[in-house]
Design a protein around this ligand. Structure first.
Ligand code: ZN
Length: 391
């Protein structure tokens, strides 16, 4: 099986956007690429066949913390890894559990964290889960994803420099321990090498972001992620942080912003700054709540945007329709006119509205497939325009 490799194919002549080809043991994919999230080893409401129909090339599969809770490593190993377990035989990235340390540590009864790592008590089963760099990397070996993440402490969106610095110092130590564990055994138990990505923390403080970038780049990672609570959640701040760190990043390594992709426009804005891959649960979560992307991709001279179909409302950064609204009861249009996804090709708003109102299980896969498809369409369109404006 092939080893991990990143190759730059095209660079936009005015923007930082680029197209890269990434080779993994489970095939190649072309960036910019959005990764749908299968935190618990399934993408909500979608089978792997349906995910393929959205033109997704890579998924984020089986988060370390969740997989330790259930089904446990014995089951994953017995299935010869997550690709076989999920029946997804294309590229896959998994997460180190660092984000769960962050979100669960807000409740001291559930998670205790110190310089060595974190200890969780699972809220319902009472199962004790320990995570540190060594356990995280060893677990990700068993999961068997093509790309694994160094164990980090996600930094809160705060101006408290002491807190941010503490998380960053911990992250720096944990990254070194992650690299050490990975280098001792770069292969999975299934016989192929994994790529390890480092994570830049440092909150919203420029000096700390820069310091952390230099540290991450000094270690031998295959790709570089930018993490933290602000990333994806606050897009103007995300853009600012990318601009601080990008000059320090090597050109030939994959760049990943963790948690970006609440809207198609967020992907477009992120890739204009030179980011290759991203993941976000928002497209499927929005779909479940009845918020369905509905806009059009508008091409300017050298870039594009995702705009509302209602031209009086073009300041709206997130063009969606709320399918529960009575105005869709008789509507014969597809969810998004012009969309050629499976749902829009075959069903009307009237039918999707009826499914949503009656809480029919059939609603969820149709809605999720459309929302993920639109995210991938944004990536497709970006690849087209970058090729046209290659320098
Ligand atoms: Zn559609």
């Amino acid at each position: 099986m092939a080893n991990f490799k990143t190759e730059i194919l095209h660079k936009h002549k005015c923007l930082k956007a680029r197209i890269t080809e990434i080779t993994t043991p489970h095939g190649k994919f072309i960036t910019p690429a959005f990764m749908p999230v299968a935190t618990r080893a399934y993408i909500n409401q979608l089978t792997p066949e349906q995910i393929k129909r959205t033109n997704s090339q890579i998924i984020l599969g089986g988060n370390t913390y969740h997989m330790l809770v259930s089904p446990g490593m014995e089951v994953i190993k017995n299935n010869n890894g997550m690709h076989n377990f999920m029946n997804w035989h294309k590229p896959m990235l998994t997460d180190s559990g660092g984000f769960q340390v962050f979100s669960l540590s807000k409740n001291k009864k559930i998670c205790k964290i110190n310089d060595q790592g974190a200890k969780f008590k699972h809220p319902t089963s009472g199962k004790i889960i320990e995570l540190n760099p060594k356990i995280s990397i060893e677990t990700q070996k068993i999961i068997g994803a093509d790309i694994i993440m160094a164990f980090d402490q996600c930094t809160p969106d705060t101006e408290d420099e002491r807190l941010v610095k503490q998380a960053m110092m911990r992250t720096e130590n944990w990254l070194e321990q992650s690299v050490e564990t990975h280098q001792k055994q770069p292969e999975t138990p299934y016989g192929y090498k994994q790529a390890l990505f480092g994570i830049i923390q440092g909150g919203n403080i420029r000096e700390l972001r820069e310091q952390c970038s230099k540290h991450v780049c000094s270690l031998d990672f295959d790709g570089i992620a930018i993490g933290g609570e602000s990333i994806g959640f606050n897009m103007p701040k995300t853009k600012e942080i990318i601009n601080w760190v990008r000059p320090l990043l090597p050109e030939n390594k994959t760049r990943y912003t963790m948690g970006v992709g609440a809207t198609p426009q967020d992907l477009i804005d992120d890739s204009a700054e030179g980011i290759d891959i991203y993941d976000c649960v928002a497209p499927t979560r929005n779909a479940r709540h009845g918020a369905l992307y509905c806009g059009e991709f508008v091409f300017s001279d050298d870039w594009l945007s995702f705009k509302s179909l209602n031209h009086n409302n073009n300041n709206n950064k997130n063009p969606t329709i709320l399918i529960k609204k009575a105005q869709y009861k008789l509507d014969q249009d597809p969810i998004m006119p012009g969309c050629d996804c499976y749902t829009c090709t075959n069903y009307t708003r009237s039918y999707i509205h009826y499914l949503f109102k009656t809480q029919a299980p059939a609603y969820y896969p149709l809605a999720c497939e459309h929302n993920i498809y639109v995210m991938q369409k944004a990536c497709d369109n970006m690849r087209d325009i970058i090729k046209k404006h290659d320098n």
